[in-house]
Design a protein around this ligand. Structure first.
Ligand SMILES: Cc1cc2nc3c(=O)[nH]c(=O)nc-3n(C[C@H](O)[C@H](O)[C@H](O)COP(=O)(O)OP(=O)(O)OC[C@H]3O[C@@H](n4cnc5c(N)ncnc54)[C@H](O)[C@@H]3O)c2cc1C
Length: 463
């Protein structure tokens, strides 16, 4: 019988959708012994008890006041200590938690356990796994991070709750300064509401749209990515960029930019140690977001995930990233020897003009697509449009998607939540179409059209 451990975060009594998918993958595997491990506050006990009713053999809650405030590196360390003793064949994790959104713990955990890491699983089987980046044979022991591919079952009303095993630090024996905030190399220095991307909106009628688009395409592209740029001339000495990209962001904060092209964790760690460079950044993409945490775990370093901006005071580097599900932006430093970050680069799917498909465009997709084709627009989407099957995940922009920087962005039926704006706020001209005149998107658009999509271009709703 195969032993599967599922690591889930119980955030305010809830299991995030990715962790739910990982748990469902485990529970629906035949001939598997499933243990659920969660590092969560004691207040999550009721949720852990609910999990015992779903069919797992054992549920373990790792909880101690001393663990409060642990960053991803320390969380992975604590989980690794428990998981190692369970001697699993496979560890399943959700790709990311719904609050932290760093997606770093699975890779760090794999590295600490010395297990093979298979990220971004799109299906789960015991022999082969299709992931976002390819098909991989399952060689155990391994850690697999799972996309939102399944819905977690509900407990049957007949199911009985079992006892949750609680493990605290008296069992694990970490020193006080090894765990919690004290032991965590990444530090949130401050956080604030993100006002980036706010614009003055001119309301126009639907008939004006094509003319506005044409006009905007002819305007020189405004340097709208100020949010990504260092504002003064202070710089650190050497900065290592692993892999491609980020030249501009690196030059803004460092005198000397050194580039290393190796992609294997061994090579990268070797280069960092040999060169003695103390600041290391990776472009935030699928591959690097799996590699960088493994490097950080090996070097015991803090890693800031998926940052939107770097800054320096001339001595240290700081990273900014959306936090609390994107509601705020946090400024983060790394204590200790090394600063590491994965940093977003704008513009990956940019074209001259991008149509953003929101959930409000539901029913009008063929017409919008035909319109896009006619004027040469590329398509992007909000998460809700993706979640509801209107558009493929690859087109998602925002906090959990890509950042784009087209000359013109037209938001079709998009409410304008901060998580979406993070992906499009650097566009040249933003045009929003929404039937709700109070929609947030209008505060972040240059032109607003308060109209039902059906009245824009005379669209007919799909029957
Ligand atoms: C951790 C986390 C990460 C997230 N990451 C992302 C991300 O990366 N990207 C992202 O986009 N979202 C993300 N979200 C989700 C985000 O908070 C919003 O829920 C999402 O962006 C909403 O999508 P929407 O605007 O398309 O849909 P809705 O919020 O449902 O808005 C639809 C809009 O369309 C309008 N509308 C409806 N019908 C019509 C019509 N016929 N004509 C005109 N207007 C119409 C409505 O007035 C409304 O404003 C994330 C959320 C969390 C918690």
């Amino acid at each position: 019988m195969i032993k599967i451990v599922v690591a889930v975060k119980l955030n305010q009594g809830e299991i995030g959708p990715f962790d739910g998918a990982a748990l469902e993958c485990a529970l629906s595997t035949k001939n598997a012994r499933v243990t659920v491990v969660s590092m969560s506050p004691l207040s999550a006990l009721a949720q852990a008890e609910y999990i015992t009713r779903l069919g797992a053999e054992e549920t373990i809650l790792i909880s101690d006041e001393a663990f409060k405030g642990s960053d991803t590196l320390v969380t992975a360390k604590i989980l690794a200590r428990v998981v190692r003793d369970l001697k699993p064949d496979i560890v399943l994790c959700g790709r990311q938690s719904s609050d932290g959104d760093t997606a770093q713990v699975p890779a760090e955990l794999a590295e600490m356990l010395g297990f093979r890491f298979i990220p971004y699983a799109m299906d789960f089987a015991l022999d082969e796994i299709q992931t976002r980046t390819g098909r991989y044979a399952v060689e155990t022991p391994c850690v697999v991070s799972v996309e939102r591919i399944k819905e977690l079952r509900f407990a049957s009303y007949k199911s009985q709750k079992k006892e949750v095993k609680i493990i605290d630090n008296s069992v694990l024996g970490f020193e006080k300064n090894e765990v919690g905030e004290k032991g965590s190399p990444t530090r949130v220095l401050k956080s604030f509401l993100s006002e980036a991307g706010r614009r003055k909106c001119t309301f126009v009628s639907a008939g004006d749209m094509e003319a506005i688009v044409k006009n905007a395409l002819n305007k020189p592209f405004p340097v709208a990515d100020a949010a990504f740029r260092q504002k003064d001339s202070k710089k650190i000495g050497r900065l290592l960029v692993v892999g491609e990209g980020l030249q501009g962001a690196a030059e803004d904060v460092a005198e000397t930019v050194i580039r290393f092209d190796g992609a294997a964790v061994d090579e990268i760690c070797g280069f960092i140690q040999k060169s003695g460079i103390k600041n290391v950044i990776f472009k935030s993409n699928l591959q690097n977001r799996a590699i960088a945490p493994a490097v950080a775990a090996r070097l015991n370093a803090g890693l800031c995930a998926d940052c939107i901006r770097l800054e320096t005071d001339g001595e240290k580097l700081f990273a900014y990233r959306p936090a609390a599900s994107g509601k705020i932006v946090a400024k983060i430093a790394c204590e200790g020897e090394l600063f590491m970050a994965t940093v977003r680069e704008a513009g990956e799917t940019s074209g001259d003009i991008v149509f953003g498909i929101g959930y409000g465009a539901n029913g009008y997709l063929p017409q919008i697509k035909a319109f896009a084709e006619r004027i040469g627009a590329k398509l992007a989407a909000s998460r809700k449009a993706v979640d509801n099957g209107l558009m493929p995940y690859e087109t998602q922009i925002g906090l959990t998607g890509k950042i784009i920087k087209p000359k013109v962005y037209v938001a079709w039926g998009i409410s304008g939540k901060i998580q979406h704006r993070t992906g499009m706020e650097n566009s040249g001209t933003v045009i929003a179409i929404n039937k709700d005149k109070n929609a947030e998107i209008f505060d972040y658009a240059d032109y607003g059209i308060v109209e039902d999509i059906k009245n824009v271009g005379g669209f007919q709703k799909d029957p």
